[in-house]
Design a protein around this ligand. Structure first.
Ligand SMILES: *Cc1c(COP(=O)(O)O)cnc(C)c1O
Length: 809
């Protein structure tokens, strides 16, 4: 494989060419931002050329293409990852050095694209990386949001939301493709036509026309052999019907209203976890990226295979839907095949159900997507007719036998009770339904989608999530990556199972020392970042205990901060009690409408304010909240972590992926038997993690029992009882007030997430785990066991399973 740059000189020449052409300045006059943009543009140009070439070669072949539909792709910075994948990190470093530029200064300029919320979007990004690494023709299809979620600042302990104008300086990785735009229609009416012979058809008339314009981002796979593409759609007005009369009246807002109405569709990314359900704009986003994505696939299919029979479509195209956001794929593909391509219903339905597959991401009932039928029908009248017809076919063919068939029919119907149920639509239109960790798939089969499972067990399968070892080990943790490569070569970058070979060094003192030195280096790097961001100075001799993820009640950041409050209380009550020195590090955003989550952030910062400034304890414990959690700072946090807090209520976290990233970086999991924690503990060995708390069956049993949280609180006044009281007694209220709403939520809902029920088990597990830290060798061995067994959680493995079992590529 030839490299895109063979020598530092060749790189430098090409770089200077792009720099002057794109920026219009010479090197000395450029800011670091401009230097970054030019470098990103240069790499993107190379990748685009490669894509164009392979695309026309692939057009002549019958290689199947996979389209991954996801409303989110949490890409993070791309440059460092692409230099690694192209194998040109050294050449570029040297080339830049010769011009007096440090690569790290250039890399630091790249921000985080605002294209995702958290785990689901990051999974989609890891899958793009792995599809390209595995040589699969796998293309992302998503939305190009003008504004990301928000940038998080902390003021007075509170989350403050600042507009995430991530495109303000442009995005050097993207290329606009006007020629591939798609017109998407909303509203209007469906008109029935009939000819003399009685043949009838429908057309759509009127309504609002929106132009979906694609922006393509190249996805460069490991070793640069495969370049794929992520296609992001932006909404624009279909015609420039500027209202000149309004303009002449001076009513500029009215004059340009057509523009703002259309552009609103791709204006903002919706938060994933509270409050924003049922917004019509969200439904428009979902349809726009489905309709534009499918139109683009069909154009591509016809271009690649001009003579192909439609029946071959499922052999040549796989359409994967990430969660229910793209659930309309089934109905829209039916519309395209029947209305536009003239296929009959049964043929089209066969094609649809052979092409589409679906991943479920959550069993939280409040997250199951539903839309009111009247809203839906008004906005998407023709697609609704297809959904109605799919539902009718489903109900007609439903086996009306066996006890309780009426209940099963009611549970699985798409249209019921005035609502369109998107999960049922997704299952019915798909040939495959998967969960994202074994326990999650088991719960889907047993509970959430049980009636579907009973009828079509062959559709259901598990695909435990994974993460990219390139990004989350090689890019994020260069010192550890170097150490590993010295011992076992760099084959682990392509086949992460090779990490297993590190087990041979479990008794190699020099290697374990080096492992510890790498961890320390990463802790120092993170401590510098945290000091710069927050002013909190962490002791790198303390244990770095980390919980970084979106804020949600079921993830139980509240349980974690109660633990810190309890340690504080114990130290004050008994001056002889000395916990292990620990730095408690938190990060994560809360959806802006999610009061409980935002108050938990304020509580953490309020505890930090008290603990960090109390000389009686602050040599032992400190609390830091890292603002604006994103892929870029996640890459600093994971490598510095020693304790990975994965403490969701059992049965609630579908998989988790930060648990995998932290395992791969040598952290020990302090966790419940939930999501992929179970598989992590099985693979690394129970003795190398610290598992606590209720298991899923115990959680279910407790929910059915006469559990009364007040009894637990009253029976343990010193510990959990004290923490609950301190929510409202002023102990942590100095910064910005008490926490009445957390208190009310917790006690009035009888400890819904079992924070109180799991508290004793959790704090004891933490004490035992931190006590074991003093045997440094043993701890390092456990860290090594985690690293060595983390290869299974490479997203390359996950993608190979999707390719084999679902996409058949
Ligand atoms: C991995 C990742 C997540 C997902 O974290 P979980 O703990 O699995 O919920 C969220 N945000 C970012 C930036 C990530 O990198």
């Amino acid at each position: 494989m030839t490299k895109i740059f063979e020598t530092p000189q060749q790189f430098a020449d090409e770089y200077l060419r792009v720099l002057t052409a794109e920026v219009g300045k010479d090197l000395a006059g450029c800011t670091n931002t401009e230097r970054y943009q030019a470098l990103a543009k240069l790499i993107a140009q190379k990748a685009n050329q490669q894509f164009a070439q392979s695309d026309s070669e692939n057009a002549k072949s019958d290689k199947k293409k996979v389209y991954y539909f996801s409303l989110e792709f949490l890409l993070g910075p791309l440059l460092d990852n692409y230099l690694l994948n192209y194998g040109i990190r050294d050449v570029v470093t040297e080339g830049l050095d010769s011009m007096g530029i440090k690569l790290d200064d250039v890399l630091a300029e790249e921000g985080d694209p605002g294209l995702g919320n958290g785990g689901l979007g990051r999974l989609a990004a890891c899958f793009l990386d792995s599809m390209a690494a595995e040589g699969i023709l796998g293309f992302g299809n998503g939305m190009r949001y003008r504004y990301g979620l928000f940038r998080q600042k902390i003021e007075g302990g509170r989350q403050v939301e600042v507009t995430d104008n991530w495109l303000d300086k442009g995005y050097p990785w993207e290329t606009r493709h006007d020629e591939s735009s798609v017109i998407v229609r909303f509203g209007g009416e469906v008109v029935r036509h009939e000819d003399e012979s009685g043949k009838f058809w429908f057309s759509q008339e009127g309504g609002e026309m929106v132009k979906a314009v694609p922006y393509d981002v190249p996805i460069i796979g490991m070793d640069g052999k495969t370049v794929n593409r992520l296609r992001l759609w932006s909404a624009e007005p279909a015609q420039e019907d500027f209202d000149l009369d309004a303009f002449n009246r001076g009513d500029y807002a009215a004059a340009a209203k057509f523009r703002t109405d259309a552009e609103a569709i791709s204006e903002i990314l919706y938060p994933n976890d509270a409050g924003e359900h049922g917004r019509i704009l969200r439904l428009k986003q979902e349809y726009l990226f489905v309709a534009a994505g499918l139109a683009s696939i069909i154009r591509n299919f016809k271009f690649d295979h001009p003579d192909a029979d439609w029946k071959r479509f499922p052999e040549l195209v796989a359409i994967h839907t990430n969660d229910t956001h793209p659930a309309m794929c089934g109905a829209e593909l039916m519309r395209l095949l029947v209305d536009e391509e003239g296929l009959d219903w049964d043929t089209a339905w066969g094609i649809v159900t052979k092409s589409i597959s679906y991943t479920n991401h959550t069993v939280l009932p409040e997250a199951l997507e539903k839309w009111p039928i009247d809203t839906f029908q008004r906005l998407l009248p023709r697609v609704y007719m297809y959904i109605d017809e799919i539902n009718r076919h489903y109900m007609e063919s439903f086996p009306r036998e066996g006890e309780g068939w009426q209940d099963r029919l009611r549970n699985t119907a798409i249209l019921w009770d005035g609502q369109v149920r998107m999960a049922n639509l997704s299952v019915i239109c798909s040939h495959s339904v998967n969960g994202v960790a074994q326990i999650h798939t088991d719960i889907l089969k047993r509970e959430t989608l049980h009636d579907f499972y009973a009828m079509t067990p062959e559709k259901f399968n598990n695909k435990t999530n994974g993460i990219s070892p390139r990004r989350f080990l090689a890019n994020a943790n260069p010192s550890l990556a170097r150490l590993i490569t010295e011992k076992i070569g760099d084959g682990w970058l392509r086949d992460a199972e090779e990490l297993k070979r590190l087990e041979a060094f479990a008794n190699d003192d020099a290697f374990l020392d080096a492992l510890a030195a790498s961890k320390r280096e990463n802790k120092e790097r993170l401590a510098r970042y945290i000091a710069a961001q927050t002013g909190v100075e962490l002791d790198v001799n303390s244990i770095f205990d980390v919980q970084v993820k979106r804020f949600h009640a079921y993830k139980r950041q509240l349980l974690n901060i109660f633990k810190v409050m309890d340690i504080y209380n114990r130290m004050l009550a008994d001056p002889s009690y000395k916990p292990h020195k620990t730095s408690f590090i938190f990060a994560g955003k809360a959806a802006s409408a999610y009061t409980f989550a935002k108050e938990t952030i304020r509580l953490i910062n309020s505890v930090a304010d008290v603990v960090n400034n109390d000389e009686r304890v602050n040599d032992y414990i400190k609390v830091a909240f890292v603002p604006n959690f994103a892929v870029s700072n996640a890459q600093l946090i994971y490598p510095a972590t020693e304790i990975s807090e994965q403490i969701s209520t059992a049965g609630k976290e579908a998989s988790g992926t930060s648990n995998m990233k932290l395992m791969m970086n040598g952290a020990l999991t302090l966790g419940t038997l939930d999501g992929a924690n179970i598989e992590i503990a099985e693979l690394a060995g129970m003795q190398n993690e610290k598992i606590f708390g209720m298991k899923v069956d115990e959680v279910e049993a407790l929910r059915r029992s006469d559990y009364f949280a007040w009894d637990v609180v009253n029976n343990d006044r010193e510990h959990i009882g004290r923490c609950v009281e301190q929510l409202v007694d002023g102990t942590f209220g100095a910064l910005s007030g008490n926490f009445e709403s957390i208190h009310a939520e917790l006690m009035n809902n009888n400890d819904y997430d079992f924070v109180i029920a799991d508290f004793a088990s959790y704090t004891q597990a933490w004490r035992e785990l931190t006590d074991s830290y003093d045997d440094a060798r043993e701890w390092q061995r456990k860290a090594l066991a985690n690293i060595a067994n983390s290869g299974h959680f490479s997203s390359d493995r996950t993608i190979r399973e999707y390719a084999r079992d679902i996409w058949h590529v």
